[in-house]
Design a protein around this ligand. Structure first.
Ligand code: PLP
Length: 228
């Protein structure tokens, strides 16, 4: 078997196990296979193995890889999991079914404009910077309630859930729990949390979307260049 396809099978088994342990229905957890940095040839075997939901962290890279695959394979769902510049909102709304990184008013304004123009509302997640890390995107936990409200009332955006990326050097559990608590008090149903190293913990704490890259596709080449 292709190594990414066997990675997929391993991750699916682990998700099923985590759901069983948590007394959750496996259908309540969506696996977002994070294919950033990997070329179409590496992604195709994973599509052929049945995976349909994929995550990318840069608009330009996704634009260069995905339109051809989307045309070839029916039912692909594409999620933007990385930071989004307002001037790329148009391309992002056009290409992605979900955006996990809504985190500031200027981006909401740009997204609202494109949603209106294209008549298409991607599934939107507000990113929460649960560790208050200065280098990391996301709204601070104490600003989250007001920001979520303003997305809806000021910009007319439907916010479906929250996303977090815990600090690498900390236990992720408290960050997942905090994100779940903020979602619950704001009536949001979706929780995008958990990556290769901690998706089982995230499922135990209520994740509905786990974003898993290296456990499926293998180690990525070192990060180079600017983010987009
Ligand atoms: C790359 C990335 C992931 C996947 O990380 P792995 O550790 O490879 O599973 C998940 N979420 C975000 C936001 C990412 O940028």
């Amino acid at each position: 078997m292709d190594s990414a396809a066997s990675g997929l099978s391993f991750v699916r088994t682990e998700i099923a196990r985590a759901c069983k342990d948590a007394g959750r229905d496996p259908a309540s957890v969506t696996l977002v296979a994070v294919s950033k940095t990997f070329p179409a040839e590496a992604i195709e075997p994973v599509i052929v193995a049945g995976q349909r939901v994929f995550g990318e962290n840069r608009v330009q890279e996704a634009k260069s890889k995905w339109p051809a695959l989307i045309e070839q394979y029916p039912g692909i769902e594409l999620h933007l999991i990385g930071p989004l510049q307002s001037n790329k909102a148009k391309e992002a709304v056009a290409l992605f079914d979900a955006i996990h990184s809504v985190d500031r008013a200027s981006l909401c304004e740009a997204l609202a404009k494109e949603v209106e123009k294209l008549g298409k509302m991607p599934t939107l997640f507000v990113q929460v910077n649960t560790g208050a890390e200065p280098q990391k995107a996301g709204v601070l936990p104490q600003d989250a309630d007001a920001f979520i409200k303003s997305c809806q009332t000021t910009y007319g955006l439907t916010i479906a859930g929250l996303m977090c990326i815990p600090p690498v050097e900390e236990a992720p559990g408290p960050h997942f729990a905090l994100t779940a608590k903020i979602a619950q008090r704001n009536g949001l149903k979706l929780l995008s949390m958990g990556m290769s190293a901690d998706f089982a913990d995230a499922i135990a704490l209520g994740a509905t979307h786990v974003r898993v890259g290296s456990a499926i596709f293998g180690t990525r080449p070192p990060f180079k260049g600017a983010q987009a």
